[in-house]
Design a protein around this ligand. Structure first.
Ligand code: MTE
Ligand code: MO
Length: 392
């Protein structure tokens, strides 16, 4: 196949599937790679083969109502597709740079699979990574090309959605697609961008070359790669990935009744509060007589800050704050889109072998003690636990 294999440092990854390519970094490598995750460590999540797109030929089609008043008429058929070239994307609007973490909604699905059968790639805790993304703001592009402005949000259009379609071929649907609320797209502090750069370099094919959406604070599934179409519409995207995936199905839904159950759950938007121990790793041998340094990441959804990360080495009876935590808000919007990396050294493990971490966000949300099972295995944010093997 035409997969971009040479650019992938395979030894950095646990590869769950080669075609389509789905891989997560080893956790110690992830947390030791610094605040900004290099592309050769950043997780890769694909539903289909990676398209081979030529920069010069690529066009984004933006569906425009010929008269902005038509946005208020949900039956209006008067859509005209305007073409925006990659040259336009790179030159017509101010270039914004946003540091934002992506996290797959299926991160830590292994913890839910351990409870009961789930459907999906059995990810560990490595499908969270942080990068610096650059490109025009979606609100600037939509205002200019589609005539949508912030004040229109006071009217009926406030409940509209922006749907994205991609250029990849997936077996679940005609292409990968998804949508976000128009409010999120138009909010200048929502920081949604059309990114053509990752960490100061053109996007790699794995991460969406030549153009992807970055929706900070939302689950990774909304950050559509290989972006080809944008359409403002009164309802959510009809894509499989919006309607029949990425939902926390109720606990009575299973393999047998899942088909009828999709409408019983909301499409996921913002991430929930998450915190993961990356070192030591599960079953790592740790000397009981020496101090142990624990490292991990934490991330809150929706631009909320990670307020506190705390550690317990006595099964959750007592907790202590971490020694160091670094998280920077966006300079302009003040929103916390990027993860926090944290560290704590505990004097001695004594006889205990379990380390537990949990985080609170700035709204007071805290992780649950146990995994909350759902059939699609999404949004697992149970307390992070690592069991070390002692040597005395
Ligand atoms: N966009 C397209 N076109 N195709 C995809 O399969 N996967 C989504 C999202 N955008 C996907 C996509 C999912 S589920 C996630 S978690 C992120 O991309 C992963 O982004 P990454 O591969 O750059 O880490
Ligand atoms: Mo995902």
């Amino acid at each position: 196949s035409n997969e971009p294999t040479p650019t992938r440092s395979l030894s950095n990854f646990i590869v769950h599937c080669h075609t389509p390519f789905n891989a997560e970094p080893q956790l110690p490598l992830l947390v030791n790679s610094g605040q900004v995750t290099p592309a050769n460590v950043f997780f890769k999540r694909n539903h289909g083969p990676i398209p081979d797109i030529a920069l010069d030929d690529h066009k984004v089609f933006i569906g425009v109502q010929q008269n902005p008043q038509y946005y208020f008429n949900t039956e209006s058929p008067a859509i005209e597709w305007r073409q925006v070239s990659m040259y336009d994307i790179m030159t017509k609007w101010p270039k914004a740079t946003i540091t934002a973490s992506l996290q797959c909604a299926g991160n830590r699905r292994d913890g839910l699979a351990a409870v009961k059968e789930v459907k999906g790639v059995i990810w560990g805790a490595g499908t969270t990574s942080n990068a610096v993304w650059s490109g025009p703001r979606l609100c600037d592009v939509l205002q200019d090309v589609a005539g949508v402005s912030l004040d229109m949000l006071h009217d009926m259009i406030r409940d509209f959605h922006v749907a994205f379609e991609a250029d990849d071929h997936v077996h679940e649907d005609v292409c990968y697609g998804s949508s976000i609320p128009l409010r999120k797209a138009m909010d200048p502090a929502g920081d949604v961008i059309l990114a053509y750069e990752m960490n100061g370099k053109p996007l790699s094919r794995d991460h969406g070359f030549p153009l992807r959406v970055i929706v900070p604070g939302f689950i990774g599934a909304r950050s559509v790669k290989y972006l080809q179409k944008i359409l403002i519409q009164p309802q959510e995207s009809k894509s499989f990935f919006q309607r029949h995936d990425y939902k926390i199905l109720p606990p009575w839904v299973n393999h047998d009744n899942v088909d009828q159950s999709w409408d019983t759950a909301a499409s996921l938007t913002e991430m929930n509060i998450q915190c993961v121990i990356c070192t030591p790793t599960e079953q790592q041998v740790v000397a009981s007589s020496k101090p142990v340094t624990i490292k991990g990441y934490a991330i809150a959804g929706g631009g909320r800050a990670v307020y506190r990360v705390e550690i317990s080495i006595d099964g959750g009876h007592t907790w202590e704050p971490v020694d160091k935590m670094e998280q920077k808000p966006d300079k302009k919007s003040g929103m916390y889109w990027a993860w926090a990396l944290w560290e704590k050294t505990v004097p001695r493990m004594n006889k205990s072998t379990e380390i537990i971490a949990r985080a609170y966000d700035s709204s007071g949300n805290v992780q649950p003690e146990f995994p909350i099972w759902n059939y699609r295995g999404v949004m697992n944010n149970a307390w992070s636990r690592v069991h070390t093997l002692p040597i005395f």
